[in-house]
Design a protein around this ligand. Structure first.
Ligand code: TYD
Length: 209
């Protein structure tokens, strides 16, 4: 089973994900966690290019192709073989990030992006996507306070991040059987519990706080 976590900046995906994975392992599942861009040696090198503050002149098309290159490598090198073995993959961001950020955020044509995504992923899409939804200003504030890496991609205007959030909500609404939206403006433990409950119903197990 292929599960993705999506959400705007500061939604807490990246800190929730390893704990969620440990919980799944305790339930007896084999789990592999990964993140985008990255997740392979080549993907991590691409991530460094994308995040480099010196690359201010990176063109939108270049950026898209780099995200997709990282994803293509991850799909073939890591995901398909593990999924074939029955491992659950929990991925921090995937194709929906491209639709939300490059599509809704930067205004790139969504149909074009979908074609590119099909090419890059060979048609591999998640079975379930958990959206950690959060007010944009709260998210950016959290992100700054956490002192985490503040990279080139965080530095876009507030309006951009607002379009990203609305994009996610639109994607979730359009494909409601695949998405579960979780309110990320709760305590860490409450968000973790909501994530477990969402997974539990998909995996037919019980979530305990
Ligand atoms: P990262 O440091 O992983 O941020 P986060 O913790 O919020 O996931 O940086 C990833 C950044 O890349 C984030 O700003 C979202 C952006 N992104 C895209 O714009 N398009 C994509 O396809 C992906 C995977 C990420």
């Amino acid at each position: 089973m292929f599960i993705t976590l999506e959400g705007p900046e500061g939604s807490g995906k990246s800190s929730q994900l390893p704990i969620l994975a440990d919980w799944l392992r305790q339930q007896g599942f084999k789990v592999h966690t990964t993140r985008e861009p990255g997740g392979t040696l080549i993907g991590d090198q691409i991530r460094a290019i994308l995040g480099n503050l010196e690359n201010t002149n990176m063109l939108p098309r270049t950026e898209i192709l780099l995200f997709l290159a990282s994803r293509a490598q991850l799909v073939e090198e890591v995901m398909r073989p593990l999924l074939a073995e029955g491992v659950i993959i929990l991925c921090d961001r995937y194709a929906d990030s491209t639709l939300a950020y490059q599509g809704y955020g930067h205004g790139v044509d969504l149909d074009t992006l979908r074609q590119l995504l099909n090419f890059a992923t060979g048609g591999l899409y998640p079975d379930l996507t958990l959206l950690l939804d959060l007010d944009v200003e709260t998210g950016l504030q959290r992100r700054k306070q956490s002192g985490g890496e503040w990279n080139r991609l965080d530095a876009y205007a507030l309006a951009f991040h607002q379009r990203v959030r609305q994009g996610y909500l639109a994607l979730a609404q359009a494909e409601s059987q695949r998405w579960i939206t979780i309110n990320a403006d709760q305590s860490f433990n409450d968000v973790q519990y909501a994530l477990r409950k969402a997974l539990a119903s998909s995996l037919s197990i019980t979530a305990k706080a």
